[in-house]
Design a protein around this ligand. Structure first.
Ligand SMILES: NC(=O)c1ccc[n+]([C@@H]2O[C@H](COP(=O)([O-])OP(=O)(O)OC[C@H]3O[C@@H](n4cnc5c(N)ncnc54)[C@H](OP(=O)(O)O)[C@@H]3O)[C@@H](O)[C@H]2O)c1
Length: 326
């Protein structure tokens, strides 16, 4: 099968379209014929090896040679222990090792997968998993946003952020989205009450305070985030700098004891029920999936470059050439 393979960390130039062996499902796995995959910042991090946590699976060279965690496709075969899916099912979800998706076929336990509704395209389904898991947990399960609360989403114009804005508005919050200038209109169109261009204004220094900050792109000291939280407010770091991560782990509990402000890392759970839930919200028109651009598998390097250079508004999707009818 064809796959986008890399053997060293680097720029998109290290990605090559190669012929590799099709994976074989273990007894507890399904083999999926991939129709569409989507790009997440985790793919960019896995490609560049930055931040350092992106090298978890290989300090000097990537162990996982194929990136891509979010896919939608058709079940081709199942191992003997798989009960919840059968060949022919149209499914979508997240590959739990955060790799293997930029290929014509992928194997998975299916533990973070669900059936794709017939009315949803493979492209739209592929754009959902990782971003929706994070947004649902950040805003609902952990964030527990209540009507009238002030919520700030840092990195709100990307994959996670575009879902998070909509979920926070559905919960009745007053929402501030922070991203670069290219994405301000998009954030407004999704319901953000206030938007901030991070290159022009530092939201931790403008005197505003929030009940919840969901931070996709943590790049400041946690003392800056503490300043931007209301008493008893919560800050959740989803991704970003390793220094901020360590500060959250080491100093978060101390800050909470002293001030009541909760600063922590959101460790995302991948319960397929969340995929069912977000699908219902999409099918009933309460939430929309924002797909900025589509690329073919052979152009995956360009797709990653587009995201890495800061242009992607919402999601970027890869469509397999051999079956790009969705
Ligand atoms: N905690 C967990 O369990 C877990 C699980 C999975 C993934 N993750 C992490 O979650 C993150 C998910 O990101 P995603 O896929 O939603 O990313 P994304 O689609 O790239 O969105 C991030 C957005 O933030 C913007 N941005 C960049 N620098 C900024 C700054 N200084 N201030 C404000 N906004 C800024 C980006 O704009 P530009 O285009 O200009 O860069 C982009 O629009 C990744 O870091 C991933 O590793 C965490």
């Amino acid at each position: 099968m064809k796959a986008i393979v890399y053997h060293e960390y680097g720029s998109p130039d290290v990605l090559k379209l190669e012929e590799v062996q099709r994976p074989t499902p273990a007894d507890n796995q399904l083999l999926i014929k991939v129709h569409a995959a989507s790009i997440n910042r985790s793919d960019w991090e896995g490609l560049t090896g930055k931040p350092l946590y992106a090298r978890f699976g290989g300090l000097l060279k990537p162990n996982n040679r194929i990136l891509g965690s979010d896919i939608a496709g058709t079940v081709e075969a199942v191992g003997k222990d798989v009960k919840q899916f059968k060949p022919g099912d149209e499914v979508f979800g997240l590959l739990l090792n955060y790799g293997g998706g930029f290929a014509e076929y992928a194997c998975t336990s299916g533990n973070a997968f669900t059936l794709k509704p017939p009315g949803m395209t493979f492209e739209e389904a592929a754009a959902i998993p990782q971003a929706a898991f994070i947004a649902l947990q950040g805003i609902r399960a952990k964030g527990q946003v209540q009507p009238g609360q002030k919520v700030l989403i840092n990195g709100a114009g990307g994959g996670t952020g575009t879902f998070a804005i909509q979920l926070a508005k559905l919960a009745g919050a007053e929402v501030t989205g922070v991203d670069n200038a290219e994405k301000l209109d998009l954030m407004r169109s999704l319901g953000a009450d206030h938007v901030i261009d991070h290159t022009m204004e530092d939201f931790t220094k403008n005197g505003q305070q929030y009940d919840l900050i969901l931070d996709v792109i943590a790049d400041r000291s946690i003392f800056a985030y503490k300043r931007a939280l209301k008493p008893n407010g919560s800050y959740f770091m989803v991704g970003g700098s390793v220094a901020t991560m360590f500060q959250s782990l080491l100093l978060g509990p101390w800050i909470r004891r002293r001030t009541g402000k909760k600063i922590s890392i959101l460790m995302v759970q991948t319960d397929p029920k969340d995929l069912v839930h977000i699908t219902e919200l999409i099918e009933t028109g309460k939430v929309v999936t924002v797909i900025d651009k589509r690329y073919s598998l052979s152009d995956t390097a360009e797709a990653l470059r587009y995201l890495g250079e800061g242009h992607a508004k919402g999601k970027v999707v890869i469509t397999m050439e051999q079956n790009n009818k969705t």
